[in-house]
Design a protein around this ligand. Structure first.
Ligand code: ADP
Length: 661
């Protein structure tokens, strides 16, 4: 049986290594769980861009349309003014010659000719007159026809292509005049293919005309005035055929499709002298509402396109007194440029506004998120404060409970200490009881000697042997002193400690203990081996230390009593700031049961009256209280070996070294 024993309570501290916490891979929280599905998430910016493009395009288109229409309306207003001016100019130009055919019916030379058409003199005179009038009026040709349409006299009678004698009854202006009306007609001359404006009037009575007077006017000077403008001016007749145009190449082209019947009629009247009359490749883009519904504006404005050219604004005005129509075609490129500019501006502005809106929206969202975060933080904070308050309340409750427990413990400890003190005292008194027989024997010896010596001394006094008397008295004094020492030591051991001393000389304590056990030492007669440095001091009340040593030495004396060659060895040394004192004997050693229950109170193997079983329990308690310990082992060479450990006292002269030897 080996291994140091530890007093109860000195339980080894299990150092259970806390198992490494399982590595919990911090799975990222599924942040923003409620998100769009992956496919849509990727498409969202694209959709936003698409919506932006659509809105920008829409704004651009609206801007374009509005500006274009506004610019067109303004252009149309200007066109109307221009058209009115041209109409008035044309009207006055034509009215200028209105009087000429009527004038002829008043002239006597013409009247004379009409009476005798075959008279050469009358014809010559009429020709002369017409020629002179033609020159004066600035007209192209002036001539008169008989009731059958034959030319009787003409201003161009001298020219080789003169109409004289020609039958012009197929001309509509002839028929109109023969019906008593003024004839107006645009046509191309059959002889010289020269276009012109024909004015006719009946000669003689209106109800029964004898002939027809005709004036042909060239309209080219008007045409010349139109040229050079940033526009096209067209004059179309009742058939829709261009008879005057600022661009000469457009002349004698049809503005609207000619029916077969119309073409047939025109071929018969030779109005355009077999000109091909091609269809002008003008296509209508759309009608334009110019908001100018003036009475003079009989036809609405239109946007037209010549072949694949840019759109042009077409405006029409009827020429009063005729079936003709003036058409103004103006370039719309300026309106288009203005519209494009507006469209670009509108697009850019819309994009800007939308982006601004988007930025504002993002900002609003960020602010909202911040507010939400702040609210969450405040909520968490108040929750925390609430929990802290709760915990604080819990803590103060447990604190109060703890304080109550501490007070209770202190009280219990005081009671325990009092009980311990009582127990120690009881243990000590038990030891005193054990020692009492020996002490009585110790005191009896000097008492008997005192009785004998004092009896003898009386006899020596009677004999007068004063020297022996003196010697006996000295012996008596010595005996009394010895008895006093024994009772003193006993008294000192039995008293309760409490003088407050915290240090004790180890060697002195050993001396005192051995002195108290002197009778038993004398009885057992062991070989006592002492190896304790007198300078060694330990932290412990001296009285208590003596009590421990009396216990250990008493047990050792009990163990070696009756053994051959009894031996008790005391050995002290210092290690690690602690004093170790071993008390070894060569007795029977500790039995297995004693080893297991050594520090159990009231465990004893001694007969009743000899042992209480409290010595080791109390000794271990005293040493523990002073920061030391008590352990026991069986020595390999036999016998028990107890080791007392106490802290080295500061006033101890000894160093932290082995004091053996
Ligand atoms: P007590 O001495 O009154 O029996 P202790 O507590 O001092 O009480 O001792 C308890 C028991 O330990 C003893 O009865 C004895 O059996 C055993 N013991 C103590 N010291 C020794 C020793 N030196 N050798 C053998 N046994 C011992």
């Amino acid at each position: 049986m080996t291994g140091p024993l530890h007093p109860p309570g000195d339980t080894p501290r299990a150092t259970a290594a806390s198992p490494a916490a399982p590595a919990t891979s911090a799975a990222p929280a599924a942040a923003n769980g409620a998100r769009l599905p992956h496919g849509l998430r990727g498409a969202a910016p694209l959709l936003a861009l698409l919506a932006l493009a659509v809105l920008v395009g829409l704004a651009g288109a609206l801007g374009y349309r509005y500006t274009y229409d506004t610019a067109l309306a303004r252009q149309a207003e200007r066109g109307q003014v221009q058209l009115r001016l041209y109409t008035q100019a044309l009207e006055s130009e034509l009215a200028h010659y209105d009087y000429v055919p009527g004038l002829l019916s008043l002239d006597e030379r013409i009247a004379a000719l009409m009476l005798r058409p075959d008279d050469a003199t009358r014809t010559a005179r009429a020709n002369e007159y017409l020629s002179a009038l033609n020159t004066r009026a600035g007209t192209r040709v002036i001539y008169v026809l008989d009731a059958h349409g034959k030319v009787l006299a003409t201003s161009n009678w001298q020219r080789p292509d003169s109409y004289l004698g020609e039958d012009l009854s197929f001309r509509p202006y002839f028929r109109s005049a023969m019906e008593g009306q003024l004839g107006r007609f645009y046509g191309v001359g059959t002889t010289r293919s020269e276009s012109g404006y024909y004015l006719s009037a009946p000669l003689g009575e209106r109800d029964n005309p004898v002939g027809v007077a005709v004036v042909k006017i060239g309209l080219e000077p008007l045409e010349n005035r139109w040229q050079g403008a940033d526009s096209q001016m067209l004059l179309t007749d009742e058939n829709g055929v261009v008879i005057l145009a600022s661009d000469p190449s457009w002349k004698l082209a049809a503005l609207r499709p000619l029916s077969a019947e119309a073409r047939e009629r025109l071929a018969r009247s030779l109005q355009y002298n077999r000109a091909p009359l091609p269809q002008l490749p003008l296509t209508l883009v759309r009608k334009v509402n110019n908001g100018n519904g003036s009475a003079g504006n009989t036809s609405s404005d239109e946007l037209v396109r010549l072949r694949r050219g840019p759109p042009m604004l077409a405006q029409h005005a009827a020429l009063p007194g005729t079936d003709w129509q003036l058409t103004l075609l103006t370039n719309t490129s300026q309106a288009r440029v203005a519209a494009l500019n507006t469209a670009a501006l509108a697009g850019v502005l819309t994009a800007f506004v939308l982006l601004l809106g988007a930025a504002w929206n993002v900002r609003r969202r960020i602010i909202n998120e911040r507010l939400a975060a702040r609210a969450a933080l405040e909520a968490a904070n108040s929750e925390l404060e609430r929990k802290v308050a709760e915990r604080t309340a819990d803590l103060s409750t447990s604190n109060q409970r703890l304080q109550a427990e501490v007070t209770e413990r202190i009280r219990a400890e005081t009671v325990l200490r009092q009980a311990q003190d009582g127990l120690l005292q009881a243990g000590k008194l038990a030891a005193v009881g054990q020692m009492s027989t020996g002490i009585a024997h110790e005191l009896n010896q000097p008492l008997a000697a005192l009785r004998t010596i004092s009896g003898n001394t009386g006899k020596f006094l009677e004999r007068g042997d004063y020297a022996t008397v003196r010697a006996n008295l000295d012996t008596i004094i010595g005996l009394v002193e010895r008895m006093g020492r024994i009772t003193g030591a006993l008294k000192s051991f039995a008293r309760k400690p409490g003088n407050g001393r915290r240090q004790a000389k180890l060697a002195e304590a050993v001396d005192n203990a051995l002195f108290l056990l002197q009778t038993r030492v004398d009885a057992v007669q062991p070989a006592l081996q002492r190896d304790v440095d007198p300078a060694l001091a330990v932290v412990c009340d001296p009285n208590r230390l003596e009590q421990v040593l009396v216990n250990l030495l008493g047990n050792a004396l009990d163990a070696v009593a009756g053994k051959p060659g009894p031996r008790i060895a005391l050995h002290a040394h210092v290690a690690g700031g602690m004093v170790h004192l071993t008390v070894r004997d060569n007795g029977a050693g500790l039995s297995e049961e004693a080893f297991a229950r050594l520090f159990e109170p009231f465990f004893t193997t001694k007969p009743a009256g000899q042992g209480l079983g409290l010595g080791l329990t109390l000794s271990a308690g005293i040493l523990n209280e002073n920061g030391g310990s008590l352990s026991a082992t069986n020595h390999p060479d036999g016998g028990a070996c107890f080791t007392l450990v106490l802290p080295l006292a500061p006033e101890s002269h000894s160093q932290d070294a082995d004091h053996a030897g």
